[in-house]
Structure formats: structure tokens, C-alpha cells
Design a protein around this ligand. Sequence first.
Ligand SMILES: *Cc1c(COP(=O)(O)O)cnc(C)c1O
Length: 378
Amino acid sequence: MINFNEPIYINKGLNYISDAIFINKRLNGDGVFTGKCKKWMESKFSSNEVLLTTSCTHALEMGAILCDIKAGDEVIMPSYTFVSTANAFVLHGARIKFVDIRPDTMNIDEKLIENAITEKTKAIIPVHYAGVACEMDTIQEIAKKYKLLVIEDAAQGVMGRYQDKYLGSIGDIGCYSFHETKNYTMGEGGAILVNNLNFKERAEIIREKGTNRTQFFKGEIDKYSWVDKGSSYLPSEMNAAYLYAQLEIAEEIKENRLATWDFYYQGLKILEENGFIELPFIPENCTHNAHMFYVKAKDLDERGNLIHYLKSNGIGAVFHYVPLHSSIAGLKYGEFIGEDHYTTKESERLVRLPLYYGINKQDVEYIVKKVCDFYIRH
Ligand SMILES: *Cc1c(COP(=O)(O)O)cnc(C)c1O
């Protein structure tokens, strides 16, 4: 069986965990390795402050608190996304305004955002699907015009770029995931990029259970206490240690994934040219990170058959995202603004193929062959 995903394993990751335990003798949050990850990301992604978190879900929740989301506020996002993008804001009483996606990138259609803005709108949440950037210049302009905040869900976008900027570093806040299924992993984990300096101090407080403990450790104050709402969003040093080994070779990991992505693309191009499937599209001004390789079948039926065929040939292909606006919670907490031209239709066609760091070249060749065989047979 070729698994859909396998977690990254790097020898150094284990050594670093051992260092955290036996040398640094410190396992709780914000120790040596968390600090190294933070510094590395701040310098690489040019963000004012990067805080490691327990997940991207939690980074998004911190974002909602920083935006002061209150009952009745509205936020705009695509319906084609993971539940956490919406949940983080629903938890604080927001109503979700779902907007249609572009069929080429599966990202929010920037041209439809303005139509969803009302007096209650607080923020726009672009999701960089598959590590391919949303049209951020347009989104930033709209946000400026209507005085809205931008929180990037860059869970899938670590190391991807829009023009010369890293995803997650463009909006007021950016959120990364280091979940096992993402490009860089600590099992469960994430980061919040605080690009807007106005949020810096408060972000540290919210992450430290609503205390000013971080300032205390920096020597800025002489005792710490409860100053704001917050929670515990600090990951363990063991998780940070595992992640740091990957950040050190972040480019190599990206190149490895890109090579697999390109191989799929070249191998399956012939099916696209003959009108059987559609392949991912990368706009000119985007540098993607090969988070995902997907193909689009003709429709829901054909996709089901393709996944079944691949499975019966030992290949773990998957689909994802029942559009949020049509889910039980989505119907309760939000609504779709405008016409659903593409969200449902395109999401029903999409199939993700196995892609992970170090995937066997022969396995990828075999998968390409099997996808081609499927279309020859049918
Ligand atoms: C994975 C993912 C998340 C959630 O990340 P966690 O770290 O698992 O909380 C949020 N949004 C998107 C778009 C994702 O792909």
C-alpha cells in the first residue's frame, strides 16, 4: 500500500528531543528549541514576531481574540476550507460569510469579497489552498479601503510565496500548521505570525494564559499577573525540537516535495491535454511549496471511481472538504454570499495523490501509470 501521507523522519529530530530532555533539562514551552524555531521563522519569513503554538487551529483562535471578535461580528472566508478556519471565529460569536472560490486555484475569489462586506464585517480570512497564494494585493487593498483586518490561514502555505513575500507574512496575522499532514511537522503544532506590531504584546499575553509572563522573563516587569483573557497555546519543547531539525533543512524538504509534484505534473499532463482531467494551476506571481498534488476528475461519480480504482491498486488517494456552508454547523453559523458557482462543483471533482517528503520515485511512477490506466480503461 502506498500511503497518502507519511510523517517526516529526520535523525536529528530525535537527537534534538534527547537534547531537550538530557542536556537542556527542560520540556515545557518557550525553552531553547522553541526559541530557535521562533528566531528561524522570524528571520526567514520577515515577520515582526512568530510564536510557536499548539496548532494552527489555536493560532487562528488567537487571531480571533486579537481582532476582538464579538457576537454579531462578521468574517469573510471561502467555504472550501478546513473547519478550523471558521470555528476559530464562531467560538467568539462571529457569523461566517462564505464566498465562492476561483476554479483555477481553489482559493477565495478576490473579486467577490467586496460584495460580502457589511457594517459588521471585521476581517477577511484568505486560505492559501495547497500552498498557492490568494491574490493578496487585491485582498490587502480591500481591507485597507474598508478598515478590515486580514488573517491569513497559511496552514498549508509554509515556505510558499506571493511575489517576494512569504505566505503568512502579508496580512495583519498569519497562521501556520505543523500538523503531521503538513510540509513541516511537530505532530500537532503551529505558529502565529504577528505582522502587525499593534498586536505583538497582546499576542504574547493571550498565549501565556492571559498573563504578562513573557514580559516578566524578558525582565521588562518585576512580577507577572493576570492581565487579559487567554489560554495555554505553548507547545512542549519536545515538539519544537523535532520541528527545528526540519526547519534547518527547510529548503531541501521543499525541493524534494517539488520534485515529486513536478513528476506528477509532467506524467499526467497528457491526460489534461486530452481533456480527461484538470491539473493544478500556479499563477505567475506565486511560488508554491508543493503542499499538495491534486487532479480534478470530470464529476463526483468519476472521482469516486478513480479513488476506488487507485485504492484497489494499493494507492491511498483521498478527497477533502465538504464545503462548510453546506455542513450542519455551517448552516447554523454562517451563510453563502452570492452564487455557489464553483465551491461545490469543483470540490466534488478533486482527488489528492500521495505526496510526502522522501516518497519513493518508483511509487510515484506507479501512481502516474495507474491514473493513466484508469482513463484508458474508461
Ligand atoms: C491543517 C489546516 C488547519 C488546521 O491545522 P491544525 O494545525 O491541525 O490545527 C487549518 N486550516 C487549513 C486550511 C488547514 O489545511
